[in-house]
Write a protein that binds this ligand. Structure first.
Ligand code: SAH
Ligand code: SF4
Length: 354
């Protein structure tokens, strides 16, 4: 573990890399060669860059780190479709990244922060508190890590959701920079539509995101239909109450023409009642949106339990009858602590998990 490490090469944009190479007196095309090595060939050691002259390879090796994440515990769900990896950062903090292989997709769920400052009571990451922001390169590297694994079987990452640890809009610039880097047409070339940012509802950043008119998908963690209930579950609601949040959502849809996804963790007897479903339908009336309900993944420090299948179906039916599309997401891989933050909680408390 090093406290003052070399710069991480994935923290650089192509422009940054080009500038660095310029100061080294290298021709401009070398930057593109390195960029393509990193993001197309998926190389992660300087020695692999055999298309570069040896002195340049050596200079890269002494100037940059090519790895900011050390894979630790790997957990696989019993159906083999979900793989979760604990990744340790250079300062010893732990994050998690999950690969879900179904519906003919390879979807990654990645982290934007170590821990989270938002304190949602049912969330394992919220329960551990905020540790630090990830750099854009640390966000990028989670994707490269799985892209390399998938490449071994000639597969690719198809979708990426910012639904791992952390609140991406609390780390807005690094999150967007990471997506831009992965989106670059001369590199990884992952289209913006393949990405989904999930936010707890930080209104100023929803507004900023709307004004940027990107094609990245937006998901909002709603979870409750009254301010009293939502503030109990998501303390951030005291600052950004439901009415203001929904105004920001309506503005977003108006500005971008894009549909919003609302996330709703169904907690037995708390927010899964028919009355709540009607309240929610009322709130979302006329808004271009979709609701994803997920039975709660129980966590150590929250007494709530998951809803039942029957109650989830009834909730969905009420929304649909009111014209609000709804999908029930079963948290696959629940048997591998795939709920956000659950594996890293153990690691950050240094309880070995395997
Ligand atoms: N901070 C962002 C993204 C990470 S959390 C956000 O809150 O949206 C990703 C999703 O998992 C959010 O919808 C969050 O509310 C949900 N979530 C967190 N803990 C959960 C749990 N124990 N059971 C079900 N969903 C959970
Ligand atoms: Fe943070 Fe999202 Fe967890 Fe809330 S649900 S504590 S915002 S990671």
């Amino acid at each position: 573990m090093s406290t003052n490490p070399l710069p991480l090469i994935y923290d650089l944009s192509l422009e940054d890399l080009t500038q660095t190479l310029q100061t080294w007196g290298e021709p401009a095309y070398r930057a593109l060669q390195i960029w393509q090595g990193l993001y197309i060939q998926l190389w992660n050691t300087p020695e692999q860059f055999t298309n570069l002259p040896l002195p340049l390879r050596d200079r890269l090796a002494t100037s940059f780190r090519f790895s900011g994440l050390t894979p630790g515990a790997v957990l696989q769900s019993s159906d083999g479709e979900t793989i979760k990896t604990l990744l340790t950062l250079h300062d010893g903090r732990a994050i998690e990244a999950v690969l879900m292989r179904y519906d003919e997709r390879n979807t990654l769920c990645i982290s934007s922060q170590a821990g989270c400052a938002m304190g949602c009571v049912f969330c394992a990451t919220g329960q551990m508190g905020f540790k630090r922001h990830l750099t854009s390169g640390e966000i990028v590297e989670q994707v490269l890590y799985y892209a390399r694994k998938l490449k071994q079987t000639d597969e690719r990452v198809t979708n990426i959701v910012l639904m791992g640890m952390g609140e991406p809009f609390h780390n807005y610039e690094a999150t967007i920079a990471a997506i831009d880097r992965l989106n670059h047409p001369q590199g990884a070339n992952l289209g913006e539509r393949r990405f989904t940012i999930s936010t707890v509802g930080l209104i100023p950043f929803i507004q900023r995101f709307a004004s940027e008119k990107r094609q990245i998908n937006l998901a909002i963690s709603l979870h409750a239909a009254t301010d009293e209930e939502r503030s109990n579950l998501l303390p951030v609601n005291k600052r950004y109450p439901i009415s203001e949040l929904l105004i920001a959502c309506r503005d977003y849809v108006e500005q971008t023409g894009r549909r919003i996804t609302f996330e709703w963790a169904l907690i037995n007897g708390v927010n899964d009642t028919p009355e709540t479903a009607h309240q929610l339908a009322n709130l979302l009336k006329g808004l271009l949106c979709h609701v994803n309900v997920i039975p709660l993944n129980p966590t150590q420090k929250f007494a709530g339990q998951a809803t039942t299948r029957t109650r989830a179906e009834a909730f969905k039916t009420i929304l649909e009858k009111s014209g609000i599309p709804c999908t029930i997401r079963i948290r696959r891989g629940i048997d591998i602590q795939a709920g956000c933050g659950q594996l890293a909680t153990d690691a950050n408390q240094s309880n070995p998990v395997l």
